[in-house]
Design a protein around this ligand. Structure first.
Ligand SMILES: [Fe+2]
Length: 189
């Protein structure tokens, strides 16, 4: 993902759990493996902390009535990875997008629904084909690396949803992990 409402380029104070996660991710990245394997290993680090009460501060759980909201938790000084949390109020969703880097997401609270797409072209025009609908409950991990990472995500529960996202990019500098926004197929909002 993400986000139209980045909370600023400077990461806020984080909890000990996030500090520990940063140390673990740094060790994974220093092994310099493929993007796919890096994302898989980062997912293994993220999974055990999802749903824990002391993962985020109260400020990092605040949403925005106008749009889903991004809070920057950590941006590695060398630009190799970043951690953000996304807070979604009921019904909020992303546009269809892909990403600038490998990405790992984990649902910390609530439930998110993800629709994945494939881009096809006949040489003159291209169009998106929905390929899969996935429901991600609290604790679910998704790890992926471009290409083939086109999707949209929405909060599909009646309460707030919060997810943790790790990107192999400097989100403090970029402001977003989105590489490109795609127009929704006919019939989709
Ligand atoms: Fe995304």
């Amino acid at each position: 993902m993400t986000s139209p409402t980045a909370s600023g380029a400077v990461a806020a104070r984080v909890t000990t759990r996030i500090d520990d996660l940063v140390v673990g991710i740094r060790e994974v990245i220093q092994r310099a493996q493929s993007p796919e394997l890096t994302a898989h290993l980062v997912g293994e680090l993220l999974a055990p902390v999802l749903g824990t009460a002391d993962l985020l501060t109260a400020a990092q759980c605040e949403g925005d009535p106008d749009s889903y909201r991004q809070h920057l938790l950590h941006a590695e000084p060398d630009g190799s990875f970043s951690i953000v949390t996304l807070v979604w109020l009921p019904g909020q969703q992303t546009q269809i997008h892909d990403h600038v880097s490998w990405c790992v997401t984990g649902v910390h609270e609530g439930q998110e629904r993800e629709r994945r797409y494939r881009l096809t072209t006949d040489g003159r025009t291209s169009r998106l084909i929905p390929t899969e609908d996935v429901v991600n409950p609290t604790g679910a991990i998704a790890a992926f690396a471009p290409p083939g990472d086109i999707h949209r995500v929405r909060n599909s529960c009646s309460t707030k949803a919060i997810s943790i996202h790790v990107y192999g990019a400097d989100i403090a500098r970029l402001g977003t992990s989105i590489r490109r926004i795609y127009r929704a197929p006919e019939g989709e909002q």
